[in-house]
Structure formats: structure tokens, C-alpha cells
Design a protein around this ligand. Structure first.
Ligand code: ZN
Ligand code: FE
Ligand code: FE
Ligand code: ZN
Length: 263
């Protein structure tokens, strides 16, 4: 099994040494793990949200160092990038500078509002929840169409604090899943939501069902921000996935799917 969504303290809001994350992956009997720390931000930069530009080189070197130190564990060089409308070319140029094995495309901002940041949770009260959901899924669609990313991270992150739309958005959600299919993206099944107020895996069972119906490749991620979170609650995710008929997760190398692991 693999865990592809692992952060490091370089991003300013995770803790522990990178080696401790590796040790935890080994203790959890993972065959593969991937670091996917927050790419330096091209917009709305904030020292607590992502690593600064001058740390990116160091991040890549540290992953390469760990790959040599731990030859019995597949350690991949991933990254979690935000999608910024209008910054597609700059994002592409930044991503091309390093030999990433995979790139997560994640939506954490709606017009500069970090809707998943507990510090900015009050802003939900001034917003129309239906509209936030619609804006969120439109951004996921733009991210999928941008061709910048390999995997959509935490597909329904917008539910993090438990805000629920009153409108039926199933059409929009299915359109978003179809968009991922058309553009060849994989989708992450993330156990991080189980640690958050929503207490649910990202994405929901209904969305997982769609992913299965459209035969979209999936990966597993814990979104670990501390070493003990690596592979956290994966048994629950695997159980849910198997119950829906999924049989495998995919593994990436040099931005291509190269193999699979049975669930
Ligand atoms: Zn983070
Ligand atoms: Fe994220
Ligand atoms: Fe993350
Ligand atoms: Zn994340």
C-alpha cells in the first residue's frame, strides 16, 4: 500500500523530521510513500501555508537523500500545488524545474479566501454555502482542464467544517468527475477528513461511487502534517473502497501511472 500525501515542516504548518515520516511509513508496512508538500505559492503567499521559494530546492534534495538512505521503501517525489486562475503558465514553469513523480492539484482558495483554514472560518458566515460549493467545484474543473496536475487532492475539501449545500449539486459534482476522466486525472482518497470536523473521508461515498463508475484511477493519502499521521486510518478507507468495488490504487513515477497495488 502507499501513502502519497505527506507534508514536511518546510511548509510552516507541519512538524517532525522527514526521516520520522519515513520511519512511520516503514512501521505501517507501506511499500511506497510520497512526499507532497505545499509548492511555494504564486498568489496569496503566506508563511504558514506553503514552503518559500528558496526551500524548494532543499525539499527536492532531501527527498532524493532519503531515497538513497532507504532503498527498501519506494519514496516518491511529489508536490501539492494550488490552482490559480491566470497563473497556469507560471505554475507550469515552476513544476518543470524539478523531476516530480506526481503533482497534486488542490483547491484551498476561493478568490484568495483560504476556506479550509480554521483561522478564516468566520468568513463562512458571510458566504452563501451553495455558492461556495459551486465556486469550489468550478475551480476543481479548471484545475483538471489546466493539464498541470496528475491527481486531484481531497476532492470535496469544501465540506471540511461540515457546511452542507441546501441545493442538489449532484449534477455539478458528476460533471467534475467526468472532467477528471476526460483529462486523465487520478483522484485521491484522503483519510484527512476523518480528523476534521466533518469526520468523513474525502471524497464522500457518493463521489467514490462516481469515481468507480467512471473508472478513474485512485491513490490513497493521509495528508500527514505530523509523522504519526502517516497511513492514518487507511483500514477504513480500504474497507470503504472495497465495499464499493474498487480493487486497486495506482502508483506514479515521473508523472505516469506505472503500477498498481491491490487494496
Ligand atoms: Zn498543509
Ligand atoms: Fe491540501
Ligand atoms: Fe496536503
Ligand atoms: Zn492538504
Amino acid at each position: 500500500m502507499l501513502d502519497y500525501h505527506i507534508h514536511t515542516k518546510l511548509c510552516g504548518h507541519a512538524n517532525g523530521e522527514m526521516e520520522e515520516y519515513v520511519q512511520k511509513a516503514l512501521a505501517a508496512s507501506l511499500q511506497e510513500m510520497g512526499f507532497a508538500d505545499h509548492l511555494p505559492m504564486l498568489k496569496w503567499a503566506h508563511p504558514d501555508y506553503a514552503m518559500p521559494f528558496e526551500k524548494l530546492h532543499n525539499y527536492v534534495q532531501q527527498v532524493h537523500h532519503l531515497q538513497r538512505e532507504y532503498p527498501n521503501l519506494q519514496i516518491k517525489l511529489g508536490i501539492e500545488a494550488d490552482y490559480y486562475s491566470g497563473e497556469e503558465q507560471a505554475t507550469r514553469e515552476l513544476l518543470e524545474q524539478y523531476p516530480f513523480d506526481y503533482v497534486y492539484g488542490s483547491i484551498h482558495f476561493i478568490d484568495g479566501w483560504a476556506f479550509d483554514d480554521p483561522v478564516r472560518i468566520k468568513e463562512w458566515e458571510t458566504r452563501d454555502v451553495n455558492e461556495v460549493y459551486e465556486q469550489y467545484y468550478r475551480l476543481v474543473q479548471h484545475a483538471a482542464k489546466s493539464k498541470l496536475f496528475d491527481i486531484i487532492g481531497h476532492f470535496d475539501l469544501v465540506k471540511k467544517f461540515g457546511h452542507r449545500p441546501t441545493k442538489d449539486l449532484s449534477g455539478l459534482v458528476e460533471e467534475t468527475v467526468r472532467c477528471c476522466k476526460e483529462h486523465g486525472l487520478a483522484v485521491e482518497i484522503s483519510t484527512a477528513g476523518l480528523r476534521k470536523p466533518v469526520k468523513e473521508i474525502y471524497p464522500s461515498k457518493q463521489i467514490m461511487r462516481l469515481l468507480h463508475r467512471y473508472n478513474i484511477p485512485i491513490v490513497l493519502g493521509s495528508d500527514a502534517h505530523s509523522p504519526e499521521e502517516v497511513a492514518g486510518r487507511f483500514h477504513e478507507a480500504r474497507h470503504a473502497l472495497k465495499a464499493l468495488g474498487f480493487t486497486k490504487v495506482v502508483a506514479f513515477k515521473q508523472r505516469k501511472i506505472v503500477s498498481t497495488y491491490p487494496l
